[in-house]
Design a protein around this ligand. Structure first.
Ligand SMILES: [Fe+2]
Length: 307
């Protein structure tokens, strides 16, 4: 089956490997949410992108803070990087994005997948967000379609739509490095859950097989790591080859039915992420807090279950 977006991404990886045009990646790991924020730059021009940033949030008090994001500002400033993009792989359910806060200080354009419109519709209804919550993606500067291409300085970028965990997940292939969000995790940990509203295990399998069709040497950067049993250190970088060989959920040879059965059974045992309510309500707004009420304060809603 022909897949022009995947072919473009694959040939980009091969070309970048051949020319040695490797972007530099620095990762900031947020322990409270196990999130890896990647700052990736082109050494030739110092153009950079910040992928999946984190705003600190204390669920008991509702207090927000930006210590984690400040570390990124300090790094970008010290390295004299020019932020061109703030990229989100998807609407996260486990941490709040710091993208608007970073954008105010460092510039750059905020990008996410075009299918965010679906996610805004689902969660807009779920949280009865009202008409002042625009569900047209206007909180973002760019809404990427599958196969979108641009450059980060001199480094080519191809965007792939990889739904399943949510309907709007995107992978950003930047030079020879793929930032794949919540699809695959480290080979010893497996894959992302597919039971959130709009999620689909079968769709996730297809998205993952697509990513696994990238060249084996593609560097792969993950959005999360939870340390697999028996592993002492957090890790967030692997390769497509290592995933194909060793991923405990979806290595070569695992077929669609086996994966869907495993994923569905496992998801039934998982509890909701601690920060799902605030995360989704903030991230569906591009990282902005909900519209303040007449006392100037923003609130997070929690729908109460009737059953
Ligand atoms: Fe996620």
């Amino acid at each position: 089956m022909s897949d022009p977006a995947l072919e473009a991404a694959a040939s980009q990886v091969i070309t970048c490997r051949a020319t040695g045009q490797a972007p530099v990646v620095r990762t900031f790991f947020d322990l409270p949410t196990f999130t890896a924020t990647h700052v990736v730059h082109d050494p030739a021009t110092r153009a950079c992108a910040i992928i999946d940033s984190v705003m600190d949030y204390d669920p008991a008090s509702g207090k927000t803070d930006h210590a984690m994001a400040q570390d990124i500002v300090d790094y970008v400033t010290a390295e004299k990087l020019k932020v061109e993009w703030l990229l989100e792989t998807h609407v996260h359910a486990d941490h709040l994005s710091a993208a608007p806060w970073l954008q105010e200080r460092l510039g750059g354009r905020l990008g996410i997948g075009h299918a965010i419109l679906k996610v805004q519709d689902i969660f807009g209804k779920l949280f009865n967000a009202g008409t002042r919550f625009a569900r047209d993606g206007s909180q973002f500067d760019a809404l990427f379609e599958d196969g979108a291409r641009f450059t980060l300085g001199t480094v080519p970028v191809t965007v792939l739509h990889v739904p399943g965990h949510t309907p709007a997940d995107m992978a950003y292939v930047i030079g020879e490095a793929a930032f794949i969000g919540d699809t695959l995790f480290m080979p010893d940990y497996g894959t992302a859950r597919a039971d959130f509203p709009g999620g689909d295990a079968r769709m996730l399998y297809h998205s993952i097989r697509r990513l696994l069709a990238l060249p084996a040497e593609t560097r792969v950067f993950l959005c999360h790591d939870y340390k697999a049993p028996g592993r002492d250190a957090f890790a967030w970088e692997t390769t497509i080859g290592a995933e194909r060989q060793n991923n405990v959920h979806v290595h070569d040879g695992v077929d669609e039915e086996a994966f869907v059965q495993m994923r569905t059974a496992r998801d039934a045992t998982l509890s909701l992420p601690n920060l799902i309510m605030p995360s989704v309500q903030v991230n569906m707004r591009g990282g902005h807090l909900p519209e303040p009420e007449d006392n100037g304060v923003s609130y997070i809603k929690i729908p109460l279950s009737r059953s």
